[in-house]
Design a protein around this ligand. Sequence first.
Ligand code: GLN
Length: 441
Amino acid sequence: MVRRNQMKNFKFDIEKAKKINEKINAVLEFTTVEGNKEGEYYSTPFLVKDNIQVLGTKNTCGSKILENYNSTYTATAVRKLLNAGFTVVGKTNLDEFAMGGSNENSAFGPVKNPWDLERIPGGSSGGSAAAVAAKMVPFALGSDTGGSVRQPASFCGIVGYKPTYGAISRYGLSAFASSLDQIGVLANNVENAAIVVETMSGKDEKDSTSLDIKWDLTSQLNNKLEKLKVAVPKEVFELDGIDEDVLNKFKENIETLKKNGVEIEEINIPHLKYTVSIYYIIAPSEASSNLSRYDGMRYGLRDEKESLKETYMQTRDSGFGIEVKRRIFMGAFTLSSAYYDAYFAKAAKIRNLLNQDFEKAFEKYDAILTPTSPTLPPKIGELKSPLQYYLMDLFTIPANMIGAPAISIPAGKINDLPFGIHLISKPLNDAKLLRIAKQFE
Ligand code: GLN
């Protein structure tokens, strides 16, 4: 296959990468961890989001609390890539603990969008997205809890693919919201994304949620699918907060696909309107529990005070940034015994209903199509309220809620800024999703 060779021939130019990085702040650390010399992809370079452990690199999670923390082992996903010969060339900037959609929440400064340096690259895998868009590497790893691989891919004009939940081991990925987290890939095209995920996928004894699968995502990739049936949720045109430019470009895309023989119909996803609300209950709840481990005793920063309790409090106060604190507060509240039924239990029920909406849709359609993000990337510092950012996850969150595979692919430009479309398919239907994406690419 031609593209395989293209990725294999990619030469990493560290001097050039460092120069680019001075402008975009995408990479926190350039370090080389060489892959297996016998591997098929020996020396093909990639970058890893700095919340995935790679022995020989730091793992800051974009946080002051882990500023000086060194990885103590290598994540299974990265280990598999190293075995295949791929070579780690550095770690990428991110929103602190992957909480955010803009990269403005990093303790190490915002990442800049290579298309327009005044704008955000999206997030939380914004460093990975910007580095691939700036052509430093052919792909980079990210993590996706509510859209963090797909939304920055869309804002930077590249491919972002989050596979079915459990397809890739989470061992070595710093936990944010464990029932939603998944490692994904940001790549320069669909084919490379497929190769990388195929290599990383499969059962890992160290992650009990990993699936016992042996995936072939590449051999059928170029075979065109006939009689494709795709659904567009009516809500895309009805809900508030979706930019007119985005809607118009999306409609243009629909027309082109129809002309190319794709059958597209509108459907209702009645619980779509609740996705942001339930995500911002479920994700912070899980995060508040996962982040309790950063207590100044076990890892990273310790801000020593008189008593143990004061040390805990001081360490967390000086180590965590504002957005992480906000999520911990929200999560501790929604999990508290007085409010558990009112918030968490209710959100879990709606998550089930959303799942049913999608199951029904997948009985009839091969994929669900939306814009990846309801807006274009805003300027750094432009949005003032966290709510404005939370609303950006409207179309990407459902895939995490139902564990389904989803992908963002470039679909044109609006005022010189990249625009991406987003496809969700049935869980475990990754091979088909990628074939559809390849066809739409
Ligand atoms: N933007 C979402 C959030 O802030 C998604 C983050 C993610 O997928 N890691 O939580």
